[in-house]
Design a protein around this ligand. Structure first.
Ligand code: DGL
Length: 243
């Protein structure tokens, strides 16, 4: 069994890519809506939260865990890898992808405050900066997406209009691919980059190297606050081929 977690339903954007490459395994998706949002938590608090999720997933029988949250990856990946002796695969903002594919172009990186202030993000930024990159800390945006709020368009107009003219947008939070169309309404026909495909490829390699048995592709959904609305949205996003 493979465990995937996020602060809510954003990680489904990663899970969908995973299912394209490795559909025939048993998955458990953990949405931590009780502790959502992660983006404004302190490092200590977040490490404690995600360690407990991983313990839970390991006890359920998970042999591999995917952190489908850029914030938790940036802040907690090392602590989790030290604590657990199973492979832990972490999504990251796709800065390398832009560097490899679109080095000449101007790029906006959208991510949570927690992500952009983490040492790991600073490392990535220094390594792959093309001197045409701007960072937008999208404080509160993941939460609006999580609640499917009607304020998303207004938020984007207010916070993104100053970046009009950029060619690329790195979606550095797994919730953001859910609002690509809304982002385009403000920034025009930008090119999006995110880390989900990379995670799916890495997971496939790990599953093959561990010889984990394939199964019927059973999916279990768990929400930490037992919120029925989350479950509904999870299956709705999973079944929708727009993202
Ligand atoms: N999906 C998480 C991420 O990729 C959301 C963060 C949050 O809960 O603030 O960063």
């Amino acid at each position: 069994m493979i465990g995937i977690f996020d602060s809510g339903i954003g990680g489904v954007t990663v899970f969908k890519e995973i299912l394209k490459l490795t559909p025939n395994y048993k998955y458990i998706y953990y949405s931590d809506s009780l502790n959502n949002p992660y983006g404004d938590k302190s490092k200590e608090e977040l490490i404690e939260i995600v360690k407990n999720i991983c313990k839970y997933l390991v006890n359920k029988g998970c042999k591999v865990i995917v952190i489908a949250c850029n914030t938790a990856s940036a802040i907690c990946k090392d602590a989790l890898r030290e604590e657990f002796d199973i492979p832990i695969i972490a999504v990251e903002p796709a800065l390398k992808m832009v560097y490899d594919n679109d080095y000449q172009e101007s790029t906006l990186i959208m991510a949570t405050y927690g992500t952009t202030h983490a040492d790991r993000f600073k490392e990535l930024y220094q390594k792959f900066d093309n001197h045409k990159m701007q960072i937008c800390d999208c404080v509160g945006l993941a939460d609006l997406i999580e609640r499917n709020s009607s304020k998303i368009n207004e938020y984007l107009e207010n916070n993104l209009k100053k970046y009009r003219g950029v060619k690329n947008v790195v979606l550095g939070c797994t919730h953001y691919p859910l609002i690509k169309e809304e982002i385009k309404e403000v920034l025009g026909n930008v090119k999006f980059y995110d880390g989900s495909r990379g995670v799916a490829k890495r997971l496939k390699e790990v599953l093959e190297s561990l010889n984990i048995e394939e199964s019927n592709g059973e999916i279990e959904f768990i929400d930490s606050s037992n919120n029925e609305f989350k479950k509904e949205r999870f299956y709705q996003i999973l079944g929708n081929n727009k993202t």
